[in-house]
Design a binder for this molecule. Structure first.
Ligand SMILES: [Fe+2]
Length: 330
């Protein structure tokens, strides 16, 4: 929206109809808290458009043109991520509309997986290969009925079996294209395998699962947990991270999970938080390697009084170990 336009009910309804449930508002108290994407807008639009084209058809559209553009998208994403150093932080979780979930999810998981792969120490070629593999990891889903895909509530046994087939189907589609390496097919097949052998379709475990899929499985679940779906609201980052690290941590490669934890802030910039002091504020900055102790701008005192623009102040939690973040407002 342009600056100065009033957000009346008509606009709010219009945004909601587009699947946009929340927006950032710039005001004098938070004008320096930029919420930036980790890749350039052009890259995000290029990749989203391409994946929408490939994944909106059954069978998916893979031809010389889309393959060339996949390679371009991978080069752009890897280069954007490398350029971003040293502020490796996730500022914006891309807002997904429900209808567009499949391709937006594919691009998002690819971007974050490449970032994790970079921290793992993969080479330039490997990162580009990983990127293409993850962009196409859910390719087989286009063959699964959308009603199953977006079904509120639990799937029946039969529906769940159908859903699981997307791994083998994606693998079967991709392996017919000599241009993709076996490592690319392996992600379509293995991204729902778990380190402890509890995944599908083959119940592979530990290093039997290729590294690319050990990375993708963590990011895939994190993105699914934090996204709004027809049957649930997306979880805030800290809740999803806590779940991955406690309840289901045996499912993941410990080293990759540790790298993921150091990469993803529990409270990204722009998140509203309540501190143990009773004050309420907004996260201004996540400092690399210390994401869980961000700098918070205090905007409301412990009695609930809003502080004026001349009274707000920043608290650096990395130096205030006795202050905890109690909750966020998402
Ligand atoms: Fe999947």
């Amino acid at each position: 929206m342009k600056k100065g336009i009033k957000l009346n009910k008509k606009y709010a309804d219009l945004l909601k109809s587009q699947g946009i449930n929340w927006i950032y508002i710039e005001d004098p108290l938070s004008e320096d808290i930029d919420v930036e994407d980790i890749i350039h807008d052009e890259t995000r639009v290029f990749a989203n458009t391409l994946l929408a084209e490939i994944l909106s058809h059954n069978p998916p559209v893979i031809n010389r043109n889309t393959i060339m553009r996949l390679k371009d998208a991978a080069i752009m994403i890897v280069s954007d991520i490398k350029e971003y150093r040293p502020r490796v932080t996730m500022e914006l979780w891309f807002i997904k509309t429900l209808e567009d979930y499949l391709y937006l999810h594919s691009v998002n998981v690819a971007v974050i997986s490449v970032m994790a792969g970079w921290h793992v120490g993969l080479s330039q070629n490997e990162l580009e290969e990983l990127c293409i593999a993850v962009l196409l990891h859910d390719l087989g889903k286009v063959t699964v009925d959308t009603l199953i895909h977006n079904k509120p509530g639990r799937l029946t046994e039969e529906e769940y079996m159908e859903m699981q087939l997307h791994t083998r189907r994606g693998f079967n589609i991709l392996k017919d294209y000599a241009v993709f390496s076996p490592k690319v097919w392996s992600v379509a097949l293995q991204h729902h395998e778990f380190y402890d052998g509890s995944g599908y379709p083959l119940g592979k475990k530990a290093k039997e699962i290729y590294l690319y899929s050990r990375i993708t499985s963590i990011v895939d679940i994190f993105d699914a947990l934090t996204s709004d779906r027809p049957y649930k609201k997306g979880w805030p980052f800290h809740k999803a991270l806590n779940y991955l690290n406690t309840e289901v941590n045996k499912r993941f490669d410990e080293k990759v999970l540790r790298i993921f934890n150091n990469m993803v802030p529990q409270y990204p910039r722009g998140t509203a938080v309540t501190l143990s002091t009773g004050e309420i504020g907004m996260v201004v900055e996540n400092i690399e390697k210390n994401y869980h102790r961000p700098i918070v701008r205090i905007m409301m005192d412990k009695k609930g009084n809003a502080l004026g623009s001349d009274k707000v102040y920043d608290v650096d939690l990395s130096g205030e170990m006795d202050i905890q973040i109690l909750d966020d407002h998402n």
